[in-house]
Design a protein around this ligand. Structure first.
Ligand SMILES: [Fe+2]
Length: 300
């Protein structure tokens, strides 16, 4: 591949739960390999302005097949809120099928040399996804989803995360209302997310000054750093340059065995009993600590 430049691209490493803080590998440096990213491994995202060009670099050596990372808890650990039966199907069959199918699709292709994150970004193809995208995106999303929950989860976040939620949504209750609305209004299959929007650069710069004043972008407008978004099917907001902090799977396969068609009941349980706020807070901390705002040139 020819040398390519990514101007002012901010490379972010967003961690999984506490103790799993990100490695320094990234989409841009060849990074970790495959879905084996799994529990305890960093989820790497590329933070960029939509208008900026991002270079992907294939790694030099052959890659082992993508693997199916296990959830960071036993399959019955989320009961009674999410049953072992659901995990056996959702993780053991659906997530596994995405991995198996992607491995079949990329066999003998250039993508065998890419990390999972690279496959996701490349196959999104600027909004015209290639056939690889659904499987790659679903592997990424599901790994992130398992790590967004924990036994005896739920409740409310604390510290910086709670402060930012209060600032950007008005209150934690309003965040929950918007998050559930995103899940409820995602027609068909998809995901609800809490993300850091691309105002991150201004936000980081502001926080580094120690000021508690509202963050403003270059035009003087208050930057809404945290936001709730929804995505259809396999789409991850990473492809838009957002930094995911939390996700909730609203595909029917996530809740039908336990809640049948009652998606709102599942969403209430997800927020009240399952969310791993420790993981979300760690992802936020990782975003704050690893952002690289310098100009970089990458060569493949
Ligand atoms: Fe799912």
């Amino acid at each position: 591949m020819a040398a390519m430049a990514a101007t002012s691209a901010a490379s972010l490493a967003v961690s999984t739960p506490a103790g799993f803080l990100s490695s320094s590998s990234s989409v841009l440096d060849g990074g970790q390999r495959g879905a084996g990213a799994g529990a305890g491994t960093a989820v790497i995202v590329q933070q960029q302005r939509r208008s900026r060009h991002v270079a992907l670099r294939a790694v030099a050596s052959p890659r082992a097949e993508f693997e199916l990372p296990p959830p960071p808890y036993e399959l019955d650990a989320l009961e009674p809120h999410m049953s072992k039966n659901t995990l056996e199907f959702h993780w053991g069959k659906h997530h596994r099928a995405y991995v198996d199918n992607l491995n079949k699709q990329i066999a003998g292709t250039e993508e065998e040399r890419y990390s999972l994150e690279e496959v996701v970004l490349k196959s999104y193809n600027n909004g015209t996804p290639t056939p690889l995208f659904n499987n790659a995106g679903q592997i990424w999303n599901h790994t992130f989803f398992w790590e967004s929950m924990k036994p005896a989860g739920g409740g409310a976040p604390k510290g910086k995360l709670l402060q930012l939620i209060n600032r950007d949504f008005g209150s934690f209750d309003e965040f929950k209302t918007q998050f559930k609305a995103a899940g409820a209004t995602q027609f068909g299959s998809g995901w609800a997310w809490l993300v850091i929007k691309p105002s991150l650069e201004e936000w980081i710069a502001q926080r580094q000054t120690g000021s508690d004043e509202p963050v403003k972008d270059k035009d003087g407008n208050i930057a809404k750093s945290l936001a709730v978004v929804k995505t259809p099917n396999a789409v991850t907001p990473v492809v838009w340059g957002d930094v995911p902090l939390l996700t909730m799977d609203v595909w029917e396969h996530a809740y039908y065995l336990d809640y049948q068609n009652r998606r709102p009941a599942y969403m209430d349980v997800f927020l009240d009993q399952l969310v791993n706020w420790d993981a979300v807070e760690a992802r936020l901390e990782a975003a704050l600590s690893t952002v690289n705002l310098t100009q970089q040139t990458f060569t493949s």
